[in-house]
Design a protein around this ligand. Structure first.
Ligand code: FA5
Length: 346
């Protein structure tokens, strides 16, 4: 029996030594020490041996089993190492070859300027707020003192959305300006209030070099005690001077918007000709910039603010047009056109 075991061990060790792959090693393991392996069979038969032989053969068989297991483990490490070395040799890396440069995108010029605008107003104590682009007719018009039959509605050709309608808010529209955030913010934050609202707005308009159907506006609103248009003039002069990095002057002209009384248009001094007159300012020395005015008492009321205690003003300018002026872009459609030859210049 001892001889038989010894032969089995040397046969197994020989086969392990000659094994050249992990799958061959697995086969050898099954053949000798698997559940029906040759050595396992011997171990199973130990119970039939004499009492004297049992411990001797049992010990020997277990010792040989351990030896076979160790030999298989050693050979596995050897084969793995050889395979890794082979792979490394064939997959060598030439670190002198220039790497692939990932193409980095950048922020669109519109949002670059929007961020600058937000920072300047932040510094002056204004909070940036945001609101829905799909708006209710109430916040877009009625709340702003523009009832259904008011002629001012004709100035903002509107996209209406089919379907939902309720008594107070009426139909849904694509907001035609950022002004709906006036009443929304007064309702939410009350007075005093200092906000700006940069955002996308939509009008059912034929497009040309200076009109698009989707464009960006920035709304501003300040509500507090003892507020006058002089504060608006000061804020806008400061804002534009910081934005353009040089002293800018502003002036008011009368203007009409149902949600302000009195209403004004604000112009700023032409930065191209410094007031001397050029094509950009149509030889007036002034560039038309935005609508504004003292918030109408009806709008304060819609926002839940007592107009006897508080006053305020609001303004709205076209961010898209501001950017066109800043970079001398002569067609508004270039900004949203998606042509990389254009956007990569900023
Ligand atoms: C308004 O939208 C008012 N909500 C502004 C306002 C706010 C007045 C608060 C008073 C108080 P208006 O329709 O004029 O006003 O538009 C404001 C600006 O949006 C314009 O000065 C212009 O710069 C820009 N704008 C208007 N229509 C277009 C268009 N189709 N494409 C690009 N920019 C436009």
């Amino acid at each position: 029996m001892k001889e038989k075991l010894k032969k089995l061990l040397s046969l197994a060790l020989k086969e392990i030594e000659a094994g050249s792959s992990l799958s061959t090693l697995k086969e050898i393991e099954v053949k000798f020490i698997g559940r029906k392996g040759k050595l396992t069979e011997i171990l199973k038969g130990i119970k039939d041996l004499s009492e004297k032989e049992k411990p001797i053969i049992g010990q020997l068989a277990n010792q040989y089993k351990n030896q076979i297991e160790t030999a298989i483990a050693d050979k596995t490490v050897e084969i793995n190492k050889a395979e890794i070395e082979k792979a490394l040799a064939s997959e060598s890396i030439d670190i002198t070859i220039p790497g692939q440069k990932p193409e980095l995108g950048h922020i669109h010029p519109l949002y670059q300027v929007q961020k600058e605008v937000e920072e300047i107003f932040n510094q002056m104590g204004f909070t940036v707020v945001d609101g829905p682009e799909i708006e209710s007719e109430y916040y877009n018009f009625e709340g702003l003192n523009i009832p259904e039959d008011h002629p001012a509605r004709d100035c903002q050709d509107t996209f209406f959305i089919k379907g939902k309608e309720d008594k107070k808010h009426k139909r849904l529209v694509l907001r035609t300006h950022t002004s709906p955030l006036q009443v929304r913010s007064m309702e939410k934050y009350g007075a005093p209030l200092r906000i700006i609202v940069p955002g996308r707005v939509f009008r059912y308009e034929a497009t040309d070099a200076s009109h698009d159907a989707t464009f960006h506006q920035v709304e501003g609103m300040l509500i507090d005690k003892n507020i006058s248009l002089a504060h608006l003039k000061g804020v806008m002069k400061e804002f534009l001077s910081r934005l353009f990095g040089k002293e800018v002057n502003v002036r008011f002209r009368p203007g009409y918007f149902p949600f302000v009384e009195p209403g004004v248009e604000l112009d700023f001094s032409c930065l191209i000709c410094l007031g001397a007159g050029c094509r950009v300012c149509k030889h007036t020395g002034w560039v038309e910039f935005m609508g504004a005015g003292m918030t109408h008492p009806n709008v304060l009321k819609a926002g839940g603010i007592d107009s006897k205690k508080y006053q305020g003003w609001a303004f709205g300018f076209g961010l898209t047009r501001l950017i066109m002026m800043r970079y001398a872009i002569n067609d508004i459609r270039l900004l949203a056109g998606g042509d990389l030859r254009f956007t990569k210049q900023f």
